[in-house]
Design a protein around this ligand. Structure first.
Ligand code: MN
Length: 222
């Protein structure tokens, strides 16, 4: 009898914890909310990570609950959005995009390695030409969206997407694997830069983690 009670309690516990278990979780920031000051202010980071990104994660979990997507990885979801709801598309994108965005920034000033400069120069002419084209793409994105540096057929390419779309999605025109991302939603800069998106973009280069960018590139190449 005792064993039976124990078994039932155990099964109930497993059932309840499975129900409570969220498929996706908010990743910790690899640095403090104030670490990217003065380029990105503490309040923006706290809201951006703790409210916006957290919201995408919980909305994604709610959107996939009880569907076939519940057991899929984030990459699998992004690659099979045809026919999926807008809630899945927006929140899966939001989760992926922000997880990447935190990773490719660093409070420590970094410089691109000679190898990375060579790679970028090969496809864009020079590092300066790349930065200028990327900034242009970010500045010209109408409304909310992202600018990307992607690897497409072995080449580096700049692209831009609206909303929380990204180049891993089967439903976007320009596909590739992102190695650098810039969030140009107003929530990413408005508290500090107000309407001056161009100032946010030009300051942002100071917190780019070039080592992380190169690691991402090397992962794609493998
Ligand atoms: Mn954002």
């Amino acid at each position: 009898m005792k064993l039976k009670t124990l078994l039932i309690t155990g099964l109930l516990f497993v059932a309840v914890s499975n129900q409570l278990k969220a498929q996706f979780t908010l990743p910790d920031l690899p640095y403090g909310y104030d670490a990217l000051e003065p380029v990105i202010d503490k309040e923006t980071m706290a809201l951006h990570h703790g409210k916006h990104h957290a919201g995408y994660v919980s909305n994604l979990n709610a959107a996939i609950k009880g569907t076939a997507l519940e057991t899929r990885s984030l990459d699998q979801i992004l690659g099979s959005l045809k026919g999926a709801s807008l809630a899945v598309r927006n929140n899966a994108g939001g989760h992926y995009n922000h997880s990447l965005f935190w990773k490719i920034m660093s409070p420590k000033s970094t410089e691109p390695s000679a190898a990375l400069v060579k790679l970028i120069s090969k496809d864009f002419g020079s590092m300066d030409a790349f930065k200028s084209a990327f900034a242009d793409s970010a500045a010209k994105r109408f409304g909310s969206g992202w600018a990307w540096l992607i690897v497409q057929d072995g080449k580096l390419k700049i692209s831009s997407t609206p909303n929380q779309d990204n180049p891993l999605m089967d439903v976007v025109a320009e596909k590739g694997t992102p190695v650098l991302a810039l969030d140009v939603w107003e929530h990413a800069y408005y508290l500090k830069y107000q309407n001056k998106r161009a100032d946010y973009i030009s300051s942002w280069w100071k917190v780019v983690n070039w080592k992380a960018v190169e690691e991402l590139y090397n992962q794609v190449k493998k």
